[in-house]
Ligand binder design. Sequence first.
Ligand code: NAD
Length: 282
Amino acid sequence: MKDLNNKVAVITGAGSGIGRGTSLRLAEVGMDIAIADVDINGAQQTAEMVRALGRKAVVVKTDVSNREEVQHLASVVVQELGVPTVLFNNAGVVTFKDIALLTEGDWSWVMGVNLDGVINGVISFLPLMIESGQGGHIVNTASHCGLFPSRGLSSYSASKYAVVGLSEHLRGDLADSEIGVSVLCPGAVATGIVHAERNRPEIHGGPQIEPTDSKDKIGSSSYRNSDQVVSEGIDPKLVGEMVLQGILNNEPYIVTSLESKAPVEARLKAIRAAYEKPLIAQ
Ligand SMILES: NC(=O)c1ccc[n+]([C@@H]2O[C@H](COP(=O)([O-])OP(=O)(O)OC[C@H]3O[C@@H](n4cnc5c(N)ncnc54)[C@H](O)[C@@H]3O)[C@@H](O)[C@H]2O)c1
């Protein structure tokens, strides 16, 4: 997608972090932005920043894990701004736990926001984008945790591997259309992601102080390590520029730093090794 001027972008999780950084970068190149988030205050602040850049901004309080709310988002966006050219399914949450201690609420919350959120975005916006005939681009936020296993992050990684797979399939299925697809796999970015529990709804167990169970050595060390690594991560505005370039060049994968290259290569090596062993005769 080369021409974004005067077009519309829908960005979930745009009330802070990468979603806000990307909202501002896309507004700078002339896009109007629909800002969807559960955090209405953060979303309003992003909207003011977009308007200060001279573009329109619409805020819709949306829980991306809820299909009806995402469909409502789609109808408001079409009515107020028009059919979007860019769909950025970016909202995400994380919990840090030993896999044996993960509760039903942990799984439903993490998979609901990170995976169902992307599915709900695709179901609600892709038919509109195809029907409009104007072309476009979908970016789904996974993580480098969607490319190799990370201890203490099993539910998060499972959701992000699924987003990578979904995005690869979406890109293949849309290859003959004018709609491109990228999957964003960031390394550490200095945002509020480690404190995602701040927005956990009661139906999924409510906000939990990280990690409270003294038996949970894996979760605690993953939390402490991530807290430090993420706080030293890159500026989310820089990720906004990377997302813009990914859209303009229809890049399949957008990575943000080199820290994940070695673990990704180690995983690929292990998969290759499985093919090099003699197969059991069939
Ligand atoms: N920051 C990093 O180091 C990093 C690394 C890899 C991947 N990511 C991914 O980047 C994406 C953006 O996260 P971020 O780092 O900007 O963190 P962030 O916490 O600053 O932003 C996430 C936003 O999503 C919103 N959100 C949470 N639950 C929601 C829901 N149910 N519906 C709608 N919005 C919801 C939050 O209110 C918040 O504004 C996430 O998908 C995250 O998994 C981040």
